[in-house]
Design a protein. Sequence first.
Length: 525
Amino acid sequence: LSRHARKRQAESEANFRLVVESSPYGIVLIDHAGRIGYMNPAMTRLLGYEREDAPDVETFWQRVCPDPDYRKWVLGTWNRSMNDSREGEIDNQPIEYQITSRVGAVRTMLIDSVAMGSNVLTTFFDITRQKEADHELRQAKEAAEAATRVKSDFLATMSHEIRTPMNVVIGMGDVLLESGINEEQMGYVRKLQRAGDNLLDLINQILDLSKIEAGRLRIEDEPVNVRAIMREVTGLLGMMVENKGLELECIVEEAVPEWVMSDRLRLHQVLLNLLSNAIKFTEQGRITLREKLEDPGQLHILVEDTGIGIAKEQLENIFDFFVQSDSGITRRYGGTGLGLAISRRLIDLMGGRIWGESQPGKGSTFHVVLPLRPVAPPVGKVTPEEKSDDSGLDGQAMRVLLVEDSVDNQLLIRTFLKNTPHRLAVAVDGREAVRMVQEATFDVVFMDVQMPVMDGYTATRRIRQWEQETGRPALPVVALTAHALNGEEERSREAGCDLYLNKPIKKQRLLEVIGQMGRRCVRFS
Ligand code: ADP
């Protein structure tokens, strides 16, 4: 070699050495006999060992993995990755190891090996700090989730506490309306009730939201008759449409199957929200509810209106919490700005999509696309709507047992039933209810869940047990609860209740249920 070439080689080697020696990664060179030929300063810094302290692989692992069981695992995986590593190729999947330094500090390392002729070059990358950060992040996330759960429980309890007196406030309004007050006073009471209804809506929405946020909302997977839901929803809002002089049209494509797998309650909730928005924000023209099939295997529901429309830049925001497209509108139309936010989260949970399109001044269209899973009509299942179609044993007197400890609620139900043919008996706790059921004949029981002495579920279980022992037909039991929590419905079913109603109960609903349950009872006896 010329002097010049030698000089260049020496320079290049010096550069190379500089790179390896100043590398922040630990670098170790191992020969075919397992001897450690080189260990860079970063490695010594990480572990506190010099090459002399660990002249071969075996001693090295003994020092950095003092626990024999863990060392066995380490050597196994390490040897395998050495055998797998091909000439000049960096092992694609570095393995994570826990390594103990000379002073006993445990560090997490990513170790990577590459074969170079008869040597193996192993690099050590210290990820202890990232790991700690990950761990802290995870802990912070768990703490935040726990806090959300606490918040959700708090909201659930609060809503329970608010609903119970609200039940009485709204119900007493009904009592007042029937007490022969004058027109002006009736106007005041109706205003009071409207405000009460709005407040209850708000509470329910906040409760829904907190359940979704806490990951506690379970989506049901059950056969659902989508046409029936459309009829229910339009039926509920029919009055509103008529009062505003709007037209309402339902168009269902022939090909849409009658029954699909979905969540009845939640689908109902979303459609009700979209349709009531459409009515709320439309002064003239028509609302169209459309249902069609979309490829591949999707159900597409559209709610179209000819209302005030929504500005383009607002179309996405309105799906956020508490967003209304402008505050002037809020004052004019009311509402909370929660409906669409909840709808989007529900549809997300159901595996679908929801979005809006609009031409300001001309109208809006809201789209819901859901995965379509048709099913055969469930045998013997009637939708609530079909049930209420001819729930009309209204004229027939039913013997109703109300099990309720609150005197206010007793008075409420008594007033609801005042001008009906039904007869009411009252038990103040579960134990009294069981005794009364055994001594007298009833057609339906309304059972409050939370009561002193004996709660409603225990009482229902006792009644079912007694019926079995004595071979009597099952008496319809309707659970009444102010808990809008998940699982309450299952709990009531497990206890043997036939139906589950959330308080407050409206007069209309009470009479409907008495009619339905009474009819069942007639069939049983
Ligand atoms: P809320 O109706 O209770 O205010 P939503 O979340 O359902 O809450 O709706 C949020 C906002 O989106 C509404 O306040 C309104 O500004 C706008 N919006 C929703 N639907 C329509 C519609 N069909 N036409 C015009 N604006 C609408």
